[in-house]
Design a protein around this ligand. Sequence first.
Ligand SMILES: Cc1cc2nc3c(=O)[nH]c(=O)nc-3n(C[C@H](O)[C@H](O)[C@H](O)COP(=O)(O)OP(=O)(O)OC[C@H]3O[C@@H](n4cnc5c(N)ncnc54)[C@H](O)[C@@H]3O)c2cc1C
Length: 421
Amino acid sequence: MIKDDTIYDVMVIGAGFAGMAAALFASAQGLKVVQTGATGGIDFSTGFIDLMGVHPMEEGKRWNSPWAAIDAAVKDYPKHPYALLKRDEIAEAIDTFTDFLAQNGLDYVGHSERNSRALTPAGTVKRTYRVPKTAWKGTLALESKAPTLFVDFHGLKGFSGKQLVETRKRNWPGLKTVRIQFPSGSGELYPEHMAWALADPAVREKLVAEILPHCDDVEYVGFPAILGLNDPQQVVAQLEELSGKHIFEIPTMPPSIAGPRLRAVFDRGLPVLGVRTLSQKMVTGVEKLGDGSFQFAVGSGAAASTVNAKSAILASGRFFGKGLRADRNSVSEAVFNLPVVQPGNRDEWHLHEFFDHKGHPVNMAGIEVDEQLRPLNAGQPVHDNLYAAGAILAHQDWMRMKCGAGLAIATAFKAVKAMKG
Ligand SMILES: Cc1cc2nc3c(=O)[nH]c(=O)nc-3n(C[C@H](O)[C@H](O)[C@H](O)COP(=O)(O)OP(=O)(O)OC[C@H]3O[C@@H](n4cnc5c(N)ncnc54)[C@H](O)[C@@H]3O)c2cc1C
């Protein structure tokens, strides 16, 4: 087993939204950070940063103000993790996170007081707090009901301009769609390959030449999210210059290109801030040492190592991230074996109807924490120097409440703040 002799201030366990945010915030505080984790929700995300969109879940009530939605949710769920945060802490967390993205070429846009409306690949409208700049003009087109062309491609599955038009046309006249050949490659197409191909300015020119004959009577042109991997804003700017139209992206079905774009920013940006990233490696064991610090076993086989840290932030997600696991009888936490708040027995995990709006009780399972985000056992912190953030926290159903990335980022901010004292 390889031994890393560095003693880190903090080990961040997780490389999803919460883990990336925790590593960013901790390094900004001057802490020596090591981060582990494999593919997480961030890799599959649509790129939208939701703060809070729906409450109560059973009514599917959607909110224009995420702040009013948070207040209402916390009133009904006093143990919701947002109850541990002040509004200015949440706002500062999101701003710091999106500032970092912008510094690395991925701008995010939104209103400070209200959610924006964003198009989904199904043609439905979602309320979200921040959208990638490359999608923003879709929000403007939707809000102004401007004449818009949706472009889709022969060979690209899971994205249909026709479906977008059919779903929206009742409230949004002046929509039309065209299906074209992608100028580079044929047969079955994948967003990531198309995005790579658009790194070539000649492919962008050919793409514009294909759509221009269909653009006379529209102001906006919406594409599936394929417009570049590392430089989407430049690709959009060039397409706008060549076409004279407002250009925007709509996320494709997961996994969308938005996830790899976000990951690429963190893969590049965190090491520059001094974060040691043990990418695609998992914590396989942990020992508490005599001085109160942790020694982690990381990775497996010949590349296995031990890593020492004075404190840790557990941002390992739920079942999808592998932070929680379930056997036939109960749900357990995978790294520290922390107590998991969960329904009394397995019969209560799920409701009868798969799509029941109330949400399945097992999706509220997770780790209960104190006001400093430290995991609890019988009301007491399990360790003074262990914090938790993100989807692993109990008493929230991020998928139905539409609070995924926002809650992850905000709780990571609070955990780092608590750690710094
Ligand atoms: C398909 C999809 C679409 C989404 N779209 C949106 C959206 O539009 N807007 C939005 O706001 N949110 C969205 N989300 C939610 C968001 O991406 C996150 O899933 C959510 O916010 C929780 O983030 P997290 O970091 O807490 O957990 P996760 O994203 O689940 O990440 C957990 C991380 O912990 C790591 N980990 C687990 N166990 C260990 C271990 N033992 N050692 C080391 N690392 C470990 C995993 O490898 C992973 O990196 C979407 C999620 C999915 C899956």
